[in-house]
Design a binder for this molecule. Structure first.
Ligand code: SF4
Length: 239
């Protein structure tokens, strides 16, 4: 399918979201995929809101991109922060970089800095839009373009699900969309600074995220791994 056709399909889906699921909101992480959606939503969908999560550990380049987006599109994307008391308690008990010590401590940090603020940002909305792509990770293979997100109680829409990475970069180049400067330094997927590194040619696109963990299970909690849930459900049914 051509890029033009893929863009047309995104527009059809977002038209429907804007009318059928208002109020809908786009969770913008300012990654490459999210810059495609930023460009489309900022230009054509004034009825779809945006927000971003500032974990307090983002790389400087992401803040620079936020500023660039504000200048380019004339929008200031609302920012949700973690609860200060929760961050202070976690750091006091575990230290500032405890996410390297165990999967549990890493997931707790992600919960405090991402999952809880996300739930606040989604409150009162009927749908949220993400830039997830199916081939980003094993944990994302079973996603649907539009599905009910039972964890958050609203519809979850992933318009770029069947785009590949070349489509994303072709779009950004064709429409001269700003992007995170770290992408030019080997970073394919960008999150918090201490949990993201550049990858080398041939590595999986998400190999630079939580690189010390098993790739089969790593997710931050914003997009729970449905395969694990399905297995858990089957196990529970078998008991
Ligand atoms: Fe904490 Fe790392 Fe998760 Fe960011 S990505 S919230 S620093 S564990």
């Amino acid at each position: 399918m051509s890029l033009d056709q893929k863009i047309a399909d995104v527009r059809i889906l977002l038209d429907k979201v804007q009318t059928d699921y208002a109020p809908a909101v786009f969770a913008n992480s300012f990654g490459a995929e999210d810059m495609v959606l930023t460009d489309i939503i900022a230009r054509y969908y004034p009825g779809i809101e945006m927000f971003t999560l500032d974990t307090g550990r983002l790389p400087e380049e992401t803040y620079s991109l936020m500023r660039e987006v504000a200048e380019r599109y004339g929008i200031r994307v609302p920012v949700y922060f973690p609860e200060p008391a929760a961050v202070e308690a976690y750091v006091a008990q575990n230290g500032p970089n405890a996410f390297y010590d165990s999967v549990e401590l890493r997931k707790t940090c992600c919960h405090i800095r991402k999952v809880e603020p996300l739930k606040r940002a989604l409150r009162g909305k009927r749908a949220w839009i993400t830039g997830l792509r199916r081939d980003q990770a094993p944990t994302r293979k079973g996603l649907a373009e539009s599905e009910f997100d039972a964890d958050n109680g609203l519809q979850k829409i992933s318009p770029l699900l069947d785009w590949n990475l070349s489509d994303v970069w072709a779009y950004l180049k064709q429409f001269d969309v700003p992007y995170n400067a770290l992408h030019d330094k080997g970073y394919t997927s960008i999150g918090c600074a201490p949990c993201t590194r550049a990858i080398t040619p041939g590595e999986d696109v998400r190999a630079g995220r939580w690189w010390w963990e098993n790739p089969e299970i790593k997710e931050c909690g914003l997009h729970p791994d449905k395969r694990r849930k399905a297995v858990a459900t089957r196990l529970a049914a078998d008991m």
